[in-house]
Design a protein around this ligand. Structure first.
Ligand SMILES: C[S@@+](CC[C@H](N)C(=O)[O-])C[C@H]1O[C@@H](n2cnc3c(N)ncnc32)[C@H](O)[C@@H]1O
Length: 255
């Protein structure tokens, strides 16, 4: 697994390899989290930017549900390949680049980063660079909305052990489980074991997640020229409190 912690710290196999990426939607189907972002798109309007769009499930979903202009930015080769070849992909503009360095002349009314993709950015320096570049691409009074798991909740302690079996369509029955390790630098390292039960095959993937505190995110946003408009603690829009599982940041540019 590439282990670069430079500003553009991407390159993990779960996002780079097309075979692993092709399993992603089966293991991570549409949820109320996606509905939340469709509602935000309806609220703020066109054009919409999906940062770390992954397989494009939500970007295409937003375009189809709302008719708004949607751009998807994704650095992982495998994820990008799945996204730009999926049904409905023609309705989205795709950019194969990291959030820190993508460029377009479009200025967005809404940008969002979901599926906890913000946690896939491994250093404060890289996160600040990403926030800065996204802020630069917002229209006046545009919003950037993203979520990160509350470190107080220590969700990773619940992630070991087997998961339920899911229907992986052409892949057959799938079961994913994780080995979880806390690294000295504070990142949570996951080894994904993905069993293709009908093929008697197991694939391994690797990813790391950062769990910044609310205060850290606020410092990074301020450095990037983004102000916090609101913190939600849940997809129903209820406010953030200490026991919240999610920390959902609604930000806007200070320029
Ligand atoms: C867990 S997936 C979520 C994908 C998608 N947003 C979703 O909700 O299904 C995390 C995504 O973040 C992407 N990512 C990692 N580093 C990134 C960066 N620096 N800029 C933008 N996206 C990044 C990964 O390539 C991956 O597609």
């Amino acid at each position: 697994v590439p282990r670069s912690d430079a500003i553009n710290d991407v390159g993990e196999d779960v996002y780079e390899e097309t075979r692993l990426a092709s399993l992603y939607d089966h293991l991570n189907p549409w949820t109320h989290q996606d509905d939340f972002y469709v509602a935000q798109a309806r609220r703020y309007g066109s054009p919409v930017l999906d940062v770390g769009a992954g397989t494009g499930q939500l970007a295409v979903g937003v375009a189809e549900a709302t008719g708004l202009a949607v751009t998807g930015v994704e650095p992982g080769a495998g994820m990008h390949e799945v996204a730009r070849t999926r049904r409905g992909a023609g309705g989205v503009t795709w950019i194969h680049a990291p959030g820190q360095t993508f460029q377009t002349n479009t200025r967005f009314r809404l940008a969002y980063m979901t599926g906890h993709a913000f946690q896939a950015v491994h250093t404060s320096e890289a996160a600040t660079a990403l926030l800065t570049n996204v802020a630069r691409h917002l229209a006046p009074d545009g919003r950037f909305i993203f979520e990160t798991r509350n470190p107080e909740d220590r969700a990773w302690l619940r992630w070991s052990g087997d998961r339920t079996v899911v229907d992986g369509a052409e892949h057959g029955a799938l079961q994913e489980s994780y080995e979880v390790a806390q690294q000295p630098d504070g990142l949570i390292a996951l080894t994904h074991h993905i069993r293709l039960l009908d093929h008697n095959e197991e694939l391994l993937g690797h990813s790391r997640l950062r769990f910044p505190t609310r205060e850290t995110v606020e410092v990074e946003c301020a450095a990037a020229g983004l102000e916090l408009v609101e913190w939600y603690g849940d997809w129903d829009g209820s406010p953030l409190h200490e026991e919240s599982v999610e920390m959902i940041a609604v930000t806007r540019t200070t320029r």
